[in-house]
Structure formats: C-alpha cells, structure tokens
Design a protein around this ligand. Sequence first.
Ligand SMILES: Cc1ncc(COP(=O)(O)O)c(C=O)c1O
Length: 375
Amino acid sequence: MRIKSSMEVNVSTLAQNYQLLKEICPNNETLFMVKANAYGHGLVPVVKFAYYELGIKEFGCASIGEALRLREEIPNGEFEVYVFSDVNLDLQEAADIYLNNRIIPVISNETNLEFFLSHEEFRYFPLCLKFNTGMNRLGIKMDRIDYAIQTIKKHGRSSIYHLMTHFSSSSLSMQKNKRNLTQKENWKELKSQINSSGIEIHKSSIANSGAIEQKVGLEESHVRAGLMMYGPSSLLPQYNKLSCWKGKLISKLETTFIDSFQVDRGTPIGYGATPCPSAGTVGVFALGYGDGFSTRYQNVHLNHGEYEGQIVGRVNMDMAQILFPNTNLTIKNGERFVVWDQNGQNFSNICVESKTIPYEVFIHLTERIPKIYRQ
Ligand SMILES: Cc1ncc(COP(=O)(O)O)c(C=O)c1O
C-alpha cells in the first residue's frame, strides 16, 4: 500500500452529480451501475452513500460476487441489486444465491429464460428481461419476441418486472447515428408487441450515460447511469457538444515526486533509454503500472500547477517520469503531484492522448493506491 499516494473519493461531488442527473431526468428512477468495484471507486462505500444519503434504491452489478458482497456488507439495505452479465443461472449454487438474497438476474438469453420460468423456486421472483435491439452482445433477439411472450404466458406469468435494452453507440450522436436510430425503433416495436400481448411491463430502461446526456430514453421509468455519476461524460470527445452533462470527477488521484533532475535535449530516460524531446526538469513520481498508471500514458501531457509537463520514457511498474520542458523548475522530493482532480483537464488528457476510455482509466487503478472517502 502506498503512503503518500491516494485516490480521494469526494462523496459530496457524487451527491452533486446525482443532483445534476435529477435535473436532466426528474421523473426517472435511477438504477446506479456500480459494477467493477463502482467503476474503481469502491463498491461498498459508494453504494452505502448512494443508498443512505442519496436515496438511490437500485444498483447494477456484473457478477453474482459483486451483488452478494453488497447484500453481505449492507445487510439492512432495502435496495434492489441486479446482475447484468455473468449470470450463471444454470448453477444451483448461483440460483440459491439469487433466491436467498433477492438478487435479480438479468435474463438475456433463451436458455436462462426457460430455466428461470420453469423452476418453481423462481415462481414469484421478479422477471428482468434484456433484449438485443442491435448491440449484438447479450439480449434476446428481436425475431424471438413472440417466442419470449409465449414462453412467459405458458409459465403462467402476466408481467415483466423490468424490461431493458442497451445501446451500442450512445457515445455517438443519438439523433443521427444509424445504429442508435435502429435500436430506438426496435425498442418501440418490442414494447408495442409486449403491450399488445397483454403482458404488463412494470419497469423499463434503455438509457445509459451517453443516452441520458443526450436526453434520450427518458420516457422510460428508469435510467441506468454509470460513468456520468463518477464525473466524466461518456461521449467521445468529438461529440462533446451534444452532451448536456456538467458533472465533475468525484475522484482525485495524487502522489508525490520522489526525485528530480535537469536534463538536456536527448538525455536518455529510464527503461528503453528514451531520449528526452527537450531540455528541462524531469520529476520522477511514485505511480506506475503496478498502481494502474498504464504504460499507454507515455507522452501524455499533465499539468502540475501552472507548469505543463509530459510523461517521458516508459512508465515503470512503480514510478513514471514527467518532463517540464525548458524550465529550471525546482521540484522538492516529497512534493505533491495531483495527477487528476475535479478540474478534469489532466484526466481528459490521459483519456484522449492515450486513446483510453475513462471507464478503463478508473478501473485500472489497483489496490496499492489507498482510497480515502471525503465529504
Ligand atoms: C446494461 C448496461 N446498462 C447501463 C450501463 C451503464 O453504462 P454507462 O457507464 O455508460 O452509463 C452499462 C455499463 O456498462 C451496462 O452494461
């Protein structure tokens, strides 16, 4: 565990982001996506805050393990937990976990649908169904809507607890992108067929961050917000102007400099002896790929106060080097270096210049960096 490096998670900023989300969609319930350790921010503390302080009552995980952890660590929480992808419904052990902990599996294929409906234990359990309207990942296919309806009826059910689909391209334009338009049409068709079959839909959701930011899918009962709650927009940079999102990063990643020295243009630096692109001051800071600071961040520009630096040389397992060009900047050993904070500029540089998505930058961070929760 690092001592002087940390990821500070500011839960008041999470509250502000949620407030902003509510301004965009005041009439929707939020299913807050907290898979992958709440996008790297810490599953249990994030959910505790979201449930007890913000009143969010539905959470989305990817695996049974994540969902069960919520039930075990927040035993009095009267919230819903969904498992979205790694459902494993065919395993008796998994089926027992769903049943005994009221964890809702998102049913996304015919095998799971048959299993769920034909097992007596699940008779009164909420049926959550995901359809593939065009993402072609998980989901019951559009040409199997009738089959799904007949199967639901055959097993004596008259309602779907939560009906869902997921966009493949909500980081692009929701109004112009053809795939998004097709998916919206397919969703309409899906709902219309289910409604006219007499099967009742209790809850429905279609929008993740990219769609919410473009105010699409808000006529459903729920939105499934993930990334935006942690701060960043989920739209690709070239589509930023289509987003109404004004959220702030809820995290601050900081470390310290452990050494510094002056270099000339061409001075070889670290593994691979990469020549420095210009003269200046090099600071060595205590984050490397062992902390989740990826080798892909080489050459990324990061500001340190008023100085603009650039990661030079290969990022190591435990440290990385940043060059402040053409300056005699003095860096003290132990001086703080804020890699990113609410301001978001450095974070955005990392994503854009290393061609990495914000989701991955967060999730890369390893346990060696302690998380500190602040109001
Ligand atoms: C089915 C589903 N819904 C919602 C989300 C949330 O997406 P985002 O983080 O882009 O808001 C995800 C995330 O991967 C998802 O898989």
